[in-house]
Design a protein around this ligand. Sequence first.
Ligand code: PLP
Length: 326
Amino acid sequence: MVPLAERYRDRLPLTGATPIVSLGEGATPLLPAPRLSERIGVEVWLKWEGANPTGSFKDRGMTVAVSKALEEGARAVVCASTGNTAASAAAYAARAGIPAVILQPAGAVALGKVAQARAVGARLLEVRGSFEEALAAARELARRGTHALVNSLNPHRLEGQKTAAFEIVEELGAAPDVLALPYGGGGNTRAYSVGFEEAGAGVPRIQAGEAAGRAATVATAIRIAEPAHRAEAEEAVARSGGAVVSLMDEEILAAWRELAGLEGVFCEPASAAGVAAIAKLPPERGARVVCVVTGHGLKDPEAAARLAEAPVSVAAELDAIAEAAA
Ligand SMILES: *Cc1c(COP(=O)(O)O)cnc(C)c1O
């Protein structure tokens, strides 16, 4: 497959000298969602970003950030992360043959993401503090010049992430009426806004679903008290005519169950916040809505085990099994 960075080379900050580090990211499915559409009364499409190589949209930005870091002579990368950035940075660093240092807030990271970073050999440091403290330390290491910072404060990340908007416009032939997505640090909201502007087909109204609890939510991927991109993200949402929608955990989990049960799409809880945002604040009937489903359900198997039906124990006898199966 053609790497995302090659496909959109003319719209990304790449030169002939940039060594492209790719795991086959991007070109993710845009799935029609007929049963959810019926339920909500709008035409729902799902941009399934869990289909990226490490299971989240972070890979779109990481291919560009790590490629540029290599071009600029970096010998290691660093990030602070609640999980998916870490899993992605670790994989792309391994692919590039350089070390990755991950600063993660102690106890706040879902199991699958830690497993991913460990498996590819990242150096994981559990910081006994908040995400914000871990990020400040990562920025300082980058300032000292020993490590390239690959958090979304790295502008190359957002450049890569904007390509999802290009794909949506190419596939639908136009921008949708509404784009709905989770709002954590706000980098992705910003990236989509830029991407739609650059695609030249109009910017949809952006409905950004944030966890009302922010620092205390089941949706670990958006468990961020102080969004790094708050000003630009909320300005982009307002300019689009959309809204930031504040969501209770129960509303996010209801959308998470519907995505799985009605459409067969198993995502991590935070990834359902876009769907939850349109369920809570439905656009006009028949509007065309793309919901960005940001990460895979296998990232957070403990959430799935806790929140979904438990298996039923049954004797190894046909009658008992037939009765239980009915
Ligand atoms: C990073 C992430 C988000 C939040 O994106 P921001 O750019 O921080 O707003 C949402 N969902 C998943 C699965 C993520 O990994």
